[in-house]
Design a protein around this ligand. Structure first.
Ligand SMILES: Cc1cc2nc3c(=O)[nH]c(=O)nc-3n(C[C@H](O)[C@H](O)[C@H](O)COP(=O)(O)OP(=O)(O)OC[C@H]3O[C@@H](n4cnc5c(N)ncnc54)[C@H](O)[C@@H]3O)c2cc1C
Length: 403
């Protein structure tokens, strides 16, 4: 029992752990060697088992068929699921679907909920989120060029997006596009619109190759051109000009989910590192773990993971009790701090394994490739650090305007 645990969590946690151990960890060797769509059939069987055991959608309230956990409780489940690459996917709480579910639940019309949210919650379809554009700095997305022009009962969308994660095989995208170019505040110019991917004018250019891997299905990042892509005006989420407001709301809890998932990766990597250090014989019976450098890496990793976990759970508790706005500084802090811990722990674990560490025989290289983006997406490190420092310096009387 830890300081952030609850009776409810204590009851659910072992059940989820058992499913990981019995059903998901045994599939990992396939995950490392086969394309997503080849493993999907087996993952779908696991998803059915999870539904039957009433552990599906752990992030949602009980009234929406979930487990009714607080963010602090779900964060701890997210860490557990993060110990394996498809943990979140199997429980239907993977990004970007988890953020899209929460967004549609809070802000979509009943008709959109029925057509798009219900099958998403049931796990029958996937979705994606399409905001970043190759021609403009995504770290300051107010400069986007994609437009959605109202023509009668439709929005006509034109623009170029990339890094739309998991668009391949998804059923719809939530697209961020400029609807109100003349609004005085740049933060009131864009809107979020639901676009079914079979709409004419939704043109997938490619899955972007990342560090030698294009990926497919859920594990991919697409480049998309929206070319006279027309959708009914009813597909607007909330009001015109609310896009950035909704994006902010979507990102707060999302950063808790990501950070706790990264800590799941850290713990698994740490475990692999320690096992290797304890068993790798350097000759004459001297074990790798007897070397001081390795001992320091183990000790530093333990301290960093523990510190990171307390920071994230403290932030989650603050969001639970006071809301996202009150926890803005903490959210920025965990985003860059935990991403750094993740990179350090993964790198040490790889180094301890020597050549084996960079092979695809272990999960470490998979995570090294897939998680380097953690320091970039949902706000690059530098943006969060500057935002935090600006707020701290404001307390000292220095008002720095964001340029
Ligand atoms: C794995 C992954 C998945 C993603 N998934 C999605 C998705 O599903 N949907 C989507 O819309 N987008 C997605 N993105 C895109 C992501 O949101 C952007 O990459 C991010 O916002 C940064 O934008 P950019 O790549 O244009 O970098 P830029 O904005 O060009 O920034 C480049 C670098 O400049 C530095 N920098 C930027 N601003 C500052 C500053 N103010 N001060 C100091 N330094 C600064 C940072 O080091 C930054 O990394 C994903 C990205 C990755 C890597």
């Amino acid at each position: 029992m830890n300081l952030f645990s609850t009776e409810k969590l204590e009851a659910i946690y072992p059940k989820i752990k058992a499913i990981l151990e019995e059903e998901i960890y045994p599939l990992e060797s396939k995950i490392l060697t086969l394309p997503f769509n080849k493993v999907k059939i087996e993952l779908d069987k696991v998803r059915q088992i999870i539904k039957q055991k009433n552990l599906w959608n752990p992030h949602l309230s009980e009234s929406h068929g979930g487990l009714g956990l607080s963010l602090t409780e779900f964060g701890q489940i997210s860490e557990l699921l993060g110990s394996t690459p498809f943990g979140h996917y199997c429980f239907n709480c993977h990004a970007p679907d988890i953020g899209n579910q929460e967004l549609l639940l809070s802000h979509a019309s009943d008709a959109i909920k029925e057509e798009f949210l219900k099958p998403l919650i049931d796990g029958d379809i996937r979705s994606c989120f399409s905001m970043t554009e190759p021609e403009f700095a995504g770290s300051n997305p107010v400069n986007m060029a994609t437009t959605a022009v109202r023509e009668g009962n439709h929005y006509n969308i034109n623009g170029h997006k990339w890094f739309t994660t998991a668009a391949d095989g998804a059923s719809f995208a939530i697209v961020m596009a400029v609807t109100n170019p003349d609004a005085e505040s740049p933060y009131k110019r864009a809107s979020m619109i639901v676009v079914p991917i079979d709409t004419p004018g939704f043109n997938m250019v490619r899955n972007i190759s990342i560090m030698g891997e294009e990926g497919e299905g859920y594990f991919s990042h697409a480049e998309i051109k929206y070319e006279n892509c027309k959708v009914p005006v009813e597909n607007l989420i909330s009001n015109e000009g609310d896009g950035f407001l909704l994006a902010q709301e979507r990102l707060g809890p999302g950063r808790i989910h990501h950070c706790m998932r990264w800590l799941g990766i850290c713990e698994r990597s740490f475990d692999l590192m320690c096992k290797r250090a304890a068993t790798r014989d350097l000759g004459n019976g001297v074990m790798l773990g007897e070397k001081q450098t390795i001992q320091h890496w183990i000790a530093e990793s333990r301290a960093e993971i523990n510190a990171a976990r307390y920071m994230v759970l403290h932030t989650a508790k603050k969001i639970d009790e006071f809301g996202t706005k009150e926890a803005r500084n903490e959210i920025s802090t965990i985003k860059f701090f935990v991403a750094k811990v993740l990179m350090q722990v993964l790198d040490r674990a790889i180094q301890v394994h020597g050549a084996l560490g960079i092979t695809d025989d272990l999960l470490l290289s998979f995570w090294y490739r897939h998680e380097r983006g953690s320091r970039i997406y949902d706000g690059p490190d530098e943006v969060h650090k500057s935002a935090l420092a600006r707020k701290i310096l404001k307390g000292y009387g220095l008002n720095i305007k964001r340029k």
